[in-house]
Write a protein that binds this ligand. Sequence first.
Ligand SMILES: [Zn+2]
Length: 482
Amino acid sequence: MPTPPADRSAHLESRRAVIPRYYGSLDFEQLWREFPPAPDYFAACYRDSRESLHKLQNERFLAQMRRAWQIPFYQRHWKAAGMEAGDIRSLDDLASIPPFSVHDLWAAIERNPPWGDFMGIDPAVDAPLPLVLQTSGGTTGLPRPMLYSPRDREVMNIITGRRLYMQGVRPFDIVQVMLSLGLPNGGLLAREGIWKYTGAVPVMTGSGAQTPTRRQIEIMRAWKTRHLVGFPAYVRHVGLVMRDELGIDPRSCGIRSLIVHLGLDDRHSLEALWGARVYDTYGTNECGSLAAECEYQTGMHVFEDAFLIEIVDPETGRPKGDGEKGVIFQTTLFKHLAPLVRFNSNDISAFATGACPCGSHHRRIDRIHGRADNMVKLRGTNIFPEAIGGLVSENAGANGEYVCIVERSASGREDMTVMVEAVSAQVSRDRLARELVMRFKEALGVTLAVTVVEPGGLDELTGLSITSKTRRLIDKRGEART
Ligand SMILES: [Zn+2]
């Protein structure tokens, strides 16, 4: 047998030097004391007073600042604004830190491909860590990558478990996850969190491209699914296929909760269709779940031991009062890789007012009203496609599917056409169009054109049956990167 050349065996030797093991990379007991999983969390941190929460947040925030100062992205961004390490002495100084947005992340990736210089890990010098990569659900170009360290990922799993527990998931329940599997973070994070921290069983049917809708329904009925996790458009689509094409009443399936990113979609019609409670959630690929509704559905409680949320006026940068809409700034309190400090998410929300009957003092955001960069300014009025979707799903003659097309005429005037699907061929398209034109005018103060098409007629434009992230705005004035 030929002996391998010396340089080759030396190469193999160096490659096998250290292989990091996931379960040896973390002190789990310590982590669970810091970030208690369900149900312990609900007897502990969830009931904390504002004072003790503030103290905990202050400690974690200062630790997160120390970590961020080790990362080239923040060194550059903050020094350019005249900041020095040590300037920030407590949480009270948060508002003096310059924010950043997704455009800064893209610029960092272009400067330092492929991950940008905000991760805070360098394979050339750092000890190996077991890493996992997921992405944003970007619809144009390459999706935006995010690496997670074991601790980052495990905190996100714990929080996923907490929110599902809040929303009624219990051991042995079957939870059908109808989110895209693969690159986007949502689906696989749901699997990890359900499996590790709820005792329930995740069934990963994925989007309609992974498991066709009729097969999703067969599985749901045969295996007695109790909870659905997905985007509301697809959850509604599955219910309507069941009711209108298969002649099965979705309320007979025994589904107890619909765990969705509700946004402005119509809660009432979705709850009536399935005979189940709808729970709203806010999450991103960088952070996992940041906030979720409890059983009282009074807005989404922020997981404040892990995140600071600010709601800020997008023009002046000043904080908004309770009940006032602004953009969400996110600051993480646990992340080792790519910590976020005042990340302008571009998502629009408002802090909910009043106390929640569940007794938690954790702040709540009311709902996600849209994305600031999705906003269309039409003849002086700000319009969010998400708000249009909410109005479409209220009308029983429509099936909730829609897409908004913005165009500029030769004279420079901007117009929007809303295309919607009728719920069935029996619906009068003219009448539905007239009703929606009136409803848009009444609710938004602007006249929009409406075109009604047959059920499924917008599939190619929205991508509903192949992806869980449906397209709602087609801006023919020039594409923007998400
Ligand atoms: Zn509550």
